[in-house]
Design a protein around this ligand. Structure first.
Ligand code: 13P
Length: 235
Protein backbone atom coordinates (compact mmCIF):
# COMPACT_ATOMS: atom_id res chain seq x y z
CA UNK A 1 0.00 0.00 0.00
CA UNK A 2 1.22 3.52 -0.80
CA UNK A 3 2.52 5.54 2.13
CA UNK A 4 0.45 8.56 3.09
CA UNK A 5 2.11 11.96 3.36
CA UNK A 6 0.09 14.76 4.92
CA UNK A 7 1.38 18.31 4.57
CA UNK A 8 0.22 20.69 7.28
CA UNK A 9 0.99 24.17 5.97
CA UNK A 10 -0.08 25.72 9.28
CA UNK A 11 0.04 29.53 8.81
CA UNK A 12 3.33 29.49 6.94
CA UNK A 13 2.28 30.79 3.53
CA UNK A 14 0.64 33.87 2.08
CA UNK A 15 -1.37 33.33 -1.08
CA UNK A 16 1.54 34.45 -3.28
CA UNK A 17 3.95 32.14 -1.50
CA UNK A 18 1.48 29.28 -1.86
CA UNK A 19 1.30 29.90 -5.62
CA UNK A 20 5.10 29.70 -5.85
CA UNK A 21 5.21 26.49 -3.81
CA UNK A 22 2.50 24.97 -5.96
CA UNK A 23 4.45 25.78 -9.13
CA UNK A 24 7.56 24.13 -7.74
CA UNK A 25 5.57 21.11 -6.56
CA UNK A 26 4.28 20.51 -10.08
CA UNK A 27 7.80 19.29 -10.93
CA UNK A 28 7.66 16.53 -8.31
CA UNK A 29 6.29 13.10 -9.16
CA UNK A 30 4.02 12.20 -6.28
CA UNK A 31 2.50 9.17 -7.99
CA UNK A 32 4.24 6.68 -5.67
CA UNK A 33 2.69 8.12 -2.52
CA UNK A 34 -0.72 9.21 -1.32
CA UNK A 35 -0.54 12.98 -0.71
CA UNK A 36 -2.91 15.24 1.22
CA UNK A 37 -2.28 18.97 1.46
CA UNK A 38 -3.72 20.95 4.36
CA UNK A 39 -3.22 24.59 3.36
CA UNK A 40 -4.74 27.62 5.05
CA UNK A 41 -8.43 28.01 4.22
CA UNK A 42 -7.49 30.92 1.95
CA UNK A 43 -5.13 28.77 -0.12
CA UNK A 44 -7.37 25.78 -0.93
CA UNK A 45 -7.78 26.93 -4.50
CA UNK A 46 -4.04 27.11 -5.08
CA UNK A 47 -3.63 23.39 -4.35
CA UNK A 48 -6.89 22.20 -5.88
CA UNK A 49 -5.22 19.51 -7.98
CA UNK A 50 -4.28 17.65 -4.77
CA UNK A 51 -6.39 15.92 -2.14
CA UNK A 52 -7.18 18.67 0.33
CA UNK A 53 -7.60 18.79 4.07
CA UNK A 54 -8.50 21.58 6.46
CA UNK A 55 -6.36 22.31 9.52
CA UNK A 56 -9.40 22.33 11.78
CA UNK A 57 -13.18 22.21 11.39
CA UNK A 58 -15.94 23.33 13.73
CA UNK A 59 -18.67 20.89 14.69
CA UNK A 60 -21.77 23.07 14.46
CA UNK A 61 -23.36 23.27 11.03
CA UNK A 62 -23.84 27.03 11.06
CA UNK A 63 -24.53 29.86 13.48
CA UNK A 64 -23.02 32.73 15.41
CA UNK A 65 -19.50 31.30 15.77
CA UNK A 66 -17.16 34.11 14.82
CA UNK A 67 -14.01 32.89 13.16
CA UNK A 68 -15.07 29.26 12.82
CA UNK A 69 -15.47 27.18 9.67
CA UNK A 70 -17.78 24.18 9.82
CA UNK A 71 -17.09 20.70 8.58
CA UNK A 72 -20.47 20.96 6.85
CA UNK A 73 -19.34 23.99 4.85
CA UNK A 74 -15.97 22.40 4.08
CA UNK A 75 -17.65 19.25 2.85
CA UNK A 76 -19.80 21.31 0.47
CA UNK A 77 -16.54 22.62 -1.02
CA UNK A 78 -15.34 19.08 -1.63
CA UNK A 79 -12.80 19.06 1.22
CA UNK A 80 -12.54 15.45 2.32
CA UNK A 81 -10.14 15.62 5.28
CA UNK A 82 -9.50 17.76 8.31
CA UNK A 83 -6.90 17.79 11.03
CA UNK A 84 -8.46 17.78 14.48
CA UNK A 85 -6.86 17.93 17.93
CA UNK A 86 -3.56 19.30 16.66
CA UNK A 87 -1.56 20.38 19.68
CA UNK A 88 -1.40 23.96 18.37
CA UNK A 89 -5.21 24.01 18.70
CA UNK A 90 -5.71 21.85 21.76
CA UNK A 91 -5.37 24.94 23.97
CA UNK A 92 -8.71 26.11 22.54
CA UNK A 93 -10.43 22.72 22.58
CA UNK A 94 -11.36 20.33 25.36
CA UNK A 95 -11.35 16.57 24.76
CA UNK A 96 -15.11 16.82 24.50
CA UNK A 97 -14.88 19.49 21.77
CA UNK A 98 -12.43 17.31 19.85
CA UNK A 99 -14.86 14.41 20.10
CA UNK A 100 -17.66 16.63 18.73
CA UNK A 101 -15.41 17.71 15.87
CA UNK A 102 -14.52 14.11 14.98
CA UNK A 103 -18.22 13.20 14.99
CA UNK A 104 -19.15 16.19 12.82
CA UNK A 105 -16.44 15.35 10.30
CA UNK A 106 -17.67 11.77 9.98
CA UNK A 107 -21.25 12.96 9.70
CA UNK A 108 -20.19 15.18 6.80
CA UNK A 109 -18.41 12.28 5.13
CA UNK A 110 -14.97 13.70 5.84
CA UNK A 111 -12.02 11.80 7.23
CA UNK A 112 -10.66 13.15 10.53
CA UNK A 113 -6.90 13.39 10.91
CA UNK A 114 -6.76 13.10 14.66
CA UNK A 115 -3.52 14.28 16.28
CA UNK A 116 -2.47 12.92 19.63
CA UNK A 117 0.75 13.17 21.57
CA UNK A 118 2.33 13.77 24.94
CA UNK A 119 4.15 16.87 26.21
CA UNK A 120 7.72 16.80 27.47
CA UNK A 121 6.41 16.84 31.01
CA UNK A 122 4.20 13.82 30.31
CA UNK A 123 7.21 12.05 28.89
CA UNK A 124 9.40 12.89 31.87
CA UNK A 125 6.69 11.70 34.24
CA UNK A 126 6.44 8.49 32.17
CA UNK A 127 2.80 8.99 31.41
CA UNK A 128 2.94 8.90 27.62
CA UNK A 129 0.75 5.77 27.42
CA UNK A 130 -1.83 7.19 29.78
CA UNK A 131 -2.04 10.51 27.89
CA UNK A 132 -2.26 8.87 24.49
CA UNK A 133 -4.98 6.52 25.69
CA UNK A 134 -7.00 9.36 27.16
CA UNK A 135 -6.68 11.55 24.06
CA UNK A 136 -7.52 8.69 21.72
CA UNK A 137 -10.45 7.23 23.62
CA UNK A 138 -12.01 10.59 24.44
CA UNK A 139 -11.78 11.70 20.80
CA UNK A 140 -13.40 8.44 19.71
CA UNK A 141 -16.01 8.37 22.47
CA UNK A 142 -19.35 7.05 21.19
CA UNK A 143 -17.98 6.55 17.70
CA UNK A 144 -18.37 3.38 15.72
CA UNK A 145 -16.93 3.61 12.25
CA UNK A 146 -19.11 2.39 9.41
CA UNK A 147 -17.45 0.34 6.67
CA UNK A 148 -17.23 3.39 4.41
CA UNK A 149 -15.71 5.59 7.12
CA UNK A 150 -12.06 5.97 7.98
CA UNK A 151 -9.97 7.80 10.49
CA UNK A 152 -6.36 8.88 10.28
CA UNK A 153 -4.48 9.01 13.56
CA UNK A 154 -1.26 10.99 13.77
CA UNK A 155 1.06 10.47 16.69
CA UNK A 156 2.80 13.80 17.16
CA UNK A 157 4.70 14.15 20.42
CA UNK A 158 4.28 17.81 21.39
CA UNK A 159 7.93 18.07 22.39
CA UNK A 160 9.06 17.06 18.91
CA UNK A 161 6.96 19.51 16.91
CA UNK A 162 8.68 22.34 15.09
CA UNK A 163 11.89 22.28 17.10
CA UNK A 164 14.16 19.65 15.55
CA UNK A 165 13.72 17.21 18.45
CA UNK A 166 13.72 13.66 17.18
CA UNK A 167 12.52 10.35 18.49
CA UNK A 168 14.41 7.20 17.67
CA UNK A 169 12.79 4.73 15.33
CA UNK A 170 12.34 2.36 18.29
CA UNK A 171 10.56 4.99 20.36
CA UNK A 172 8.21 5.77 17.48
CA UNK A 173 7.52 2.10 16.84
CA UNK A 174 6.72 1.42 20.49
CA UNK A 175 4.08 4.16 20.62
CA UNK A 176 2.59 3.29 17.23
CA UNK A 177 2.26 -0.36 18.29
CA UNK A 178 0.58 0.78 21.47
CA UNK A 179 -1.89 2.94 19.52
CA UNK A 180 -2.70 -0.01 17.24
CA UNK A 181 -3.43 -2.09 20.33
CA UNK A 182 -5.74 0.60 21.71
CA UNK A 183 -7.58 0.85 18.39
CA UNK A 184 -8.00 -2.91 18.30
CA UNK A 185 -9.51 -2.83 21.77
CA UNK A 186 -12.00 -0.25 20.47
CA UNK A 187 -12.62 -2.56 17.46
CA UNK A 188 -11.48 0.12 15.05
CA UNK A 189 -9.74 -1.34 12.03
CA UNK A 190 -10.47 1.24 9.37
CA UNK A 191 -7.63 3.60 10.10
CA UNK A 192 -4.22 4.81 9.04
CA UNK A 193 -1.55 5.58 11.56
CA UNK A 194 1.01 8.32 10.98
CA UNK A 195 3.97 9.78 12.75
CA UNK A 196 4.79 13.51 12.81
CA UNK A 197 7.22 15.86 14.50
CA UNK A 198 10.24 17.69 13.04
CA UNK A 199 10.56 15.34 10.07
CA UNK A 200 13.07 16.60 7.54
CA UNK A 201 15.48 15.33 4.92
CA UNK A 202 18.19 14.75 7.50
CA UNK A 203 16.19 12.41 9.72
CA UNK A 204 13.53 10.77 7.55
CA UNK A 205 15.68 7.77 6.62
CA UNK A 206 16.37 7.02 10.29
CA UNK A 207 12.71 6.86 11.21
CA UNK A 208 11.22 4.94 8.28
CA UNK A 209 9.19 2.10 9.71
CA UNK A 210 6.52 -0.33 8.59
CA UNK A 211 4.61 0.54 11.76
CA UNK A 212 3.75 3.92 10.19
CA UNK A 213 1.28 4.06 7.32
CA UNK A 214 2.68 7.50 6.59
CA UNK A 215 3.92 10.79 7.96
CA UNK A 216 2.57 14.22 8.87
CA UNK A 217 4.92 17.10 8.18
CA UNK A 218 4.81 20.80 9.02
CA UNK A 219 7.87 22.95 8.27
CA UNK A 220 9.20 20.55 5.62
CA UNK A 221 5.90 20.64 3.74
CA UNK A 222 6.46 24.21 2.56
CA UNK A 223 10.05 23.66 1.46
CA UNK A 224 10.10 21.99 -1.92
CA UNK A 225 13.55 20.42 -1.51
CA UNK A 226 12.55 18.83 1.78
CA UNK A 227 9.27 17.70 0.31
CA UNK A 228 10.93 16.14 -2.71
CA UNK A 229 13.43 14.26 -0.59
CA UNK A 230 10.90 13.06 1.97
CA UNK A 231 8.41 11.93 -0.66
CA UNK A 232 11.15 9.95 -2.45
CA UNK A 233 12.29 8.30 0.78
CA UNK A 234 8.92 7.13 1.99
CA UNK A 235 7.60 5.64 -1.25
P1 13P B 1 6.89 20.05 12.09
O1 13P B 1 7.10 19.03 11.01
O2 13P B 1 7.19 21.45 11.67
O3 13P B 1 7.57 19.66 13.36
O4 13P B 1 5.33 20.04 12.41
C1 13P B 1 4.70 18.85 12.63
C2 13P B 1 3.27 19.13 12.73
O5 13P B 1 2.82 19.77 13.67
C3 13P B 1 2.41 18.66 11.65
O6 13P B 1 1.08 18.72 12.02
Amino acid sequence: MKKLLICNHKMFLTYDEAVILNQKMSEIDFSMIDLIICPSYLNFDVFKEYKLGAQDAFYEKSGAYTGEISSYDLSLRGIKYSIVGHFERRKYDTNNTINLKVKALLKNMMTPILCIGETMMDKELRRTSEVIKKQLYSALNDIKLEDNEQIIIAYEPVWAIGNGNNLSKNEIEDVLKYIRKLLKQREISNYKLLYGGSINKNNIKNILTDEADGYLIGNSSVNVEELLYISKCIK
